[in-house]
Design a binder for this molecule. Structure first.
Ligand code: AMP
Length: 280
């Protein structure tokens, strides 16, 4: 696997692939890889001859007081894991390489879909995400890019951005990879103490109860919100419990297949998110 630290090296590698007629898929990440990220690499391999993983902790998508400084970083370990999962190239730029003139004058700012769910408590977060993803897509110009359903709102906003701005690539959503006990894998799980790790299971358990209730015929969205609100408890502070349309992210009164139950909570100091697509 090749590693590049600059946009120029990355573009010249892409050019060589293109001259050989190869298709390219991109997997953007913030690193500290786990099996969820590796599943995206595997999905990307089905789509293209060459898989590029980007590893960049993007300061633009972190708000003041969030965990940018302490976000876990382990580049050598990540390169090893990405190579074993079948990535052909890693692009791991510095902040100066991505933002050489400091904070960019121009951002990609979503007009709809970013004010609720995670956007409500993280103003500016999705503009930071869409800006860096646009830059990565412009630098690499892949045929496809793969994102996890774990960050459901992000996946929808990226799909809309690519559609609305006529960016010529396919956006692929990949299912959530979970630990054996149900906890959705996340780089931020490394912040959890053993006791918090145990408490965090309430999120995936509540989502599983939503799936069961849907399978047994429940269609009233309030019933699902009620189940999700039960995650609130000792050491777990609920941030939101929502049932939304899977395409528009609008809140629902009545659910049907494809509706998304989404939950965010703070377990101790750590903010965790999880979701499920009903009927899938
Ligand atoms: P991150 O490094 O957290 O920014 O995530 C990079 C990509 O991996 C995003 O598209 C995430 O949605 C995806 N991802 C994170 N956790 C998981 C997971 N547990 N299962 C599947 N994809 C994931």
């Amino acid at each position: 696997m090749r590693l590049s630290r600059t946009r120029q090296e990355t573009r010249s590698w892409v050019k060589t692939c293109r001259m050989a007629g190869e298709r390219i898929a991109l997997v953007p990440t913030m690193g500290y890889l786990h099996d969820g990220h590796l599943s995206l690499i595997e999905r990307a391999r089905q789509e293209a001859d060459r898989v590029v993983i980007s590893i960049f902790v993007n300061p633009l998508q972190f708000g003041p007081g969030e965990d940018y400084d302490r976000y876990p970083r382990a580049l050598d370990r990540d390169l090893d894991l990405a190579e074993k999962a079948g990535a052909h190239h890693a692009f791991a730029p510095s902040v100066d390489e991505m933002y050489p003139a400091g904070e960019p004058w121009v951002n990609v700012v979503p007009v709809h879909g970013a004010d609720r769910l995670c956007g409500a408590s993280r103003p500016g977060h999705f503009a930071g995400v869409l800006t860096v993803v646009s830059k990565l897509l412009n630098i690499i110009g892949p045929d496809a890019a793969v994102f996890g359903q774990k960050d459901y709102q992000q996946l929808i906003l990226i799909r809309r951005m690519v559609h609305d701005l006529d960016m010529p690539m396919k956006i692929i959503g990949a299912p959530i990879v979970r630990e054996a006990d149900g906890l959705a894998m996340s780089s931020r799980n490394s912040y959890l103490s053993a006791a918090e790790r145990q408490r965090a299971l309430v999120l995936s358990q509540a989502l599983r109860r939503c799936e069961e209730r849907f399978a047994s015929g429940e269609r009233n969205a309030e019933a699902f919100r009620g189940l999700l609100m039960e995650v609130e408890g000792e050491g777990v502070a609920l941030e939101y419990a929502e049932v939304v349309d899977g395409d528009t992210l609008e809140p629902l009164d009545e659910v049907s297949e494809g509706a998304v139950c989404a939950v965010a909570a703070r377990v101790g100091e750590t903010r965790l998110i999880d979701n499920t697509i009903l009927g899938h």
